[in-house]
Design a protein around this ligand. Sequence first.
Ligand code: FAD
Length: 478
Amino acid sequence: MEKFDVVIVGAGSGGIGAAIAAGRLGLKVLLVEKQNFVGGNATQSGVSVWEMGVGGTGIPFEIYKKLKEIPHAVGIYSFKKHRKWQLKTGETPLHPGAEITIDKSVKYFDTLRRHGSELGIQNEVFVRKNWHGVPFEPTIFQDVVENMMLETGNITLIKNTAVIEVIKQNDEIQALKLSNNRTISADYYIDCTDNGYICQAAGCEVMYGQESKEQFDEPNAPDVVSSKLNGVSLIYSISPLKSEGVVKPPICWWADEYPPTSIVEYPNGDLNINMLPTMEGIEFSIYTNYTHAYEECKRRVLAHFQHLRYVYPPYKDYQIVWIAPALGIREGKRIVGEYILKEQDIRSGLSKQEQHDIVTIADHALDTHGKSTGRAGCAELDEPYGVPFRCLIPKGFSNLLIASRAASFSSLAASSCRLSRTMMQLGQAAGMAVYLAQKSNVPVKSIDYQSLRQLLLEQNVQLEYPILPKLKKYLDDE
Ligand SMILES: Cc1cc2nc3c(=O)[nH]c(=O)nc-3n(C[C@H](O)[C@H](O)[C@H](O)COP(=O)(O)OP(=O)(O)OC[C@H]3O[C@@H](n4cnc5c(N)ncnc54)[C@H](O)[C@@H]3O)c2cc1C
């Protein structure tokens, strides 16, 4: 049986951060990915946009700098238009949602803030000044990330291969069986799958759907538990190509009206179209067959594009050039860990959080997509908050970590912290934590949390707000 220091399962944002961090620290890493490419949601589901938000100064910034060396691979965006903003004289009254375009006057540092506006998207002046994100070309992103892995000299990447069985004894994972008939083992394992597949197969406790108020005392949780989920989107891209005649769209058959839409310009001029959402989470959860849900979302995409061209003149001369091969699923199963991140942590923020093991900071709104979630929608935050390392330690296991959106977050907390750069930073923390655990030959939960934070700081990960001057200087040098 092949033996590694650490096996990481899933090469999405979390897996990329974990593998590069562990590989650079000299660990012999195996990274297993069931798709034929790396990137997870950021590539297979078309979420090739890092939304504005604090954190994201470690491995994400390094990826950005490498992308920047390649023409049309990455840009920084600003908000140009939003349908909730007041119209100016002579302005086209119609827009389906947000129009977000590449802006050469802003830098990476400007993408590191979301919090600070009670009004959120309605506050045009605030949004124009402070909200900037990072759209990138997904295929170039894959190459850049794979090269960074190769450069460590310590990472074996196996694509097109899924983990299909977990072998465990007591509190230890002993080996994993792969779909290519190989069995592999390691001292430590990091589950970076979107649904916490390894943890689930190992028998960890799972959370799914909305928790009730009573469960975690969260002020905005519903009174009773429910299986309601954040919405699902099938993202597509359009390009300014010679187009055929505009056809009247069908009446929207799945909702009261066509959903609001985020339209982000790619560095090559194409537009990334994200219906918010394509399918309500609760509706998706009822489908027993994923392919049927995907096909229904594709029908909706085609109708939505017709609607876009018919109703909004700027999009008349566009064609669809790509539909994501996978649905963008915002919320699935989550694993109960040594600590569960809750709404209270997020709302109290770094200045009042007392945890000593914070390994990532974030400031995205508590943000549920879709009408059926029955929640407040998008609640902006006053200040950044931290995610404790213990959210990455599944309860009851000594050599297993989880670094993905399936980590130990309440449903409400997950609606805030699930963003790609935050996941990559959690992955970076997990990779470093395994290094510390192996060095001292201890279970993952026994590592020294201060040493972990120190390692992260040395690798330019932002753990403080406001940002430390030294880190700001490093970021300015892009
Ligand atoms: C529609 C949508 C829009 C979003 N918009 C934004 C945005 O604008 N900006 C932003 O920053 N974030 C956004 N997000 C959130 C963000 O994209 C995700 O939460 C984040 O990328 C998740 O990263 P991850 O590493 O947890 O999971 P993923 O990226 O999903 O990676 C998990 C990986 O595990 C692999 N895997 C699963 N099971 C197995 C197995 N058994 N064996 C091997 N491999 C396996 C999968 O193939 C996948 O590659 C959006 C999400 C969605 C769905």
